[in-house]
Structures are given as structure tokens and as C-alpha cells.
Write a protein that binds this ligand. Structure first.
Ligand SMILES: [Fe+2]
Ligand SMILES: [Fe+2]
Length: 258
């Protein structure tokens, strides 16, 4: 993301900048706010997972992963600062995710933290895959945001196996533990989205009535898409015995938005 230009200071992101839809725009903003919080956890966990016994090639992949996630964080923070101009503060729910990950850092063993990071990276890869497959239908008014989300999705797909490979090189978790971790991440994600998205949307619409109408309209208008692209089966594929992130996408997909 090194060459991404700054968002212009005149850019007004308070409206429907994505797909001309206030709900879609709010979802994208909620995702952007939570990104640096999760990436802080990935970077620390992978860094702690490295040891003198880590093979040089794997160590290099991990260091490249750390650099890439740090770069994503830097660029998303810049975008989030633009969003904060009109929002005034970060969305509710974000502090909860931060606290949960801090608590995981303090109380979980390194192998459990690596499992959690690998699970979160699996979620990111699945959602990036959905995003890339839908990118041709996206109409993003902000040049900066369009490039940011497309490049981030592509790079997440490309480095999707790094944390998983580090985790399996040091530990193993049975299918039940993996499925429970997927469930826990899903639960935390649903809570965050359910709190943050309506709050952002309310800032855009300015009234509770318009917020509820926009949410109802979004659900009704996207019913068939939500059913068709529901990634639940893929999210839980993480618990399969033969799961590996390499099998999540075919090699051609990562280049789809180039
Ligand atoms: Fe990232
Ligand atoms: Fe990542």
C-alpha cells in the first residue's frame, strides 16, 4: 500500500460514498475502524510466535506479514482520521473488541493466541474473497477508499496462510477447539457490527426513523445476495481436519482486482 495517495481533505465521507448506499458505507467504515485493532493483535502474536528455532524461510514470511499488517494499519488509520472528522469519535463496540483482544493477550497461552490469530486471518481471507468477487459491482466514490479496500483484500488473500502455518508448526488444536474459536470470533463480530453499523448510520441519517428505514431497506434489497454469498459454511471450514488456507481460493483470484 506504499503508493496510496492521501485522502483529500475536502473529501466528505458523511454520506453514502459506497454504492450510493448509507448502510453499505457504514459497514465499510465499521470494518475500517476495527482493522487496526485486529492487526495490532496479529503483529504482536506473530512476533511472539517467532523463536530461534523458527526456520529462516518461515521467519522471513512472518516478518513480511508483520510489515504488511503494519502498513495496512497505517493506511486505515489515515482513512479513519478522515471518517472521524464527521463522526466525532470512534464507533461504540470498538473498545470492546480492543479489550477482548487485550484480555486474550494477557490470559491465553501463545498457542491459543496463535490459533485465535489464525482464525481471525481465516475470517479476513473469507471476507476478502467475497469482497474481491463483488468488487466489479462496487461503486466507491472515494478514490482512496476504493484503492485501500481492494488492495487490502488482495494482500490478505496473498498472506492468508502465514499465521496458520506458524500455528501448526508449534501446536495443534482439535476440531472442537477450532470450531469454538470460529464461533467466538463470529459472536464478537456480530456484536461489533450490530452496535457500530447502526451508530455510524445514525450519524449519516440524523434520525432514528431514517436509520431503521435504511436498515430495513438494506435487508430487503439484499435478501437474495445475503443468502447467495453467506460465508458461514466457509468460515466453519476452518474446523475441518484437512483445512489449509491455501485451498480457500484458487490462485487466480488474488489477481482479480489488479
Ligand atoms: Fe491487513
Ligand atoms: Fe492479514
Amino acid at each position: 500500500m506504499k503508493n496510496l495517495n492521501h485522502p483529500t481533505t475536502q473529501e466528505d465521507l458523511s454520506g453514502a460514498w459506497c454504492n450510493d448506499n448509507e448502510v453499505t458505507s457504514s459497514i465499510m467504515e465499521a470494518v475500517s475502524f476495527v482493522t487496526p485493532v485486529m492487526e495490532k493483535f496479529f503483529i504482536r502474536t506473530v512476533d511472539e510466535g517467532l523463536s530461534p528455532q523458527t526456520p529462516p524461510a518461515q521467519k522471513e514470511r512472518c516478518l513480511s506479514f508483520i510489515r504488511e499488517e503494519a502498513d495496512h494499519t497505517r493506511v486505515h488509520r489515515r482513512f479513519n482520521a478522515s471518517l472521524s472528522h464527521y463522526l466525532g469519535r470512534t464507533p461504540p463496540g470498538l473498545a470492546l473488541i480492543d479489550r477482548l483482544l487485550e484480555s486474550a493477550r494477557k490470559h491465553l497461552s501463545l498457542s491459543s493466541r496463535l490459533l485465535l490469530a489464525a482464525t481471525l486471518e481465516h475470517f479476513t481471507a473469507v471476507l476478502s474473497k467475497v469482497y474481491i468477487s463483488q468488487a466489479h459491482r462496487m461503486d466507491i466514490r472515494s478514490d482512496f477508499a476504493r484503492e485501500l479496500f481492494a488492495r487490502h483484500a488482495r494482500e490478505e488473500i496473498e498472506h492468508r496462510s502465514v499465521v496458520f502455518d506458524l500455528w501448526v508448526s508449534q501446536a495443534s488444536g482439535g476440531r472442537t477447539k477450532r470450531a469454538l474459536t470460529v464461533l467466538a470470533v463470529l459472536l464478537a463480530g456480530v456484536i461489533y457490527v450490530s452496535v457500530a453499523v447502526p451508530w455510524i448510520l445514525h450519524r449519516k441519517t440524523g434520525s432514528l426513523r431514517r436509520t431503521l428505514l435504511a436498515l430495513a431497506g438494506f435487508a430487503a434489497g439484499n435478501r437474495s445476495d445475503i443468502a447467495a454469498y453467506s460465508p458461514l459454511t466457509e468460515l466453519f471450514s476452518f474446523a475441518r481436519r484437512d483445512y489449509h488456507p491455501d485451498h480457500l481460493v484458487d490462485d487466480g483470484l488474488a489477481g482479480a482486482t489488479r
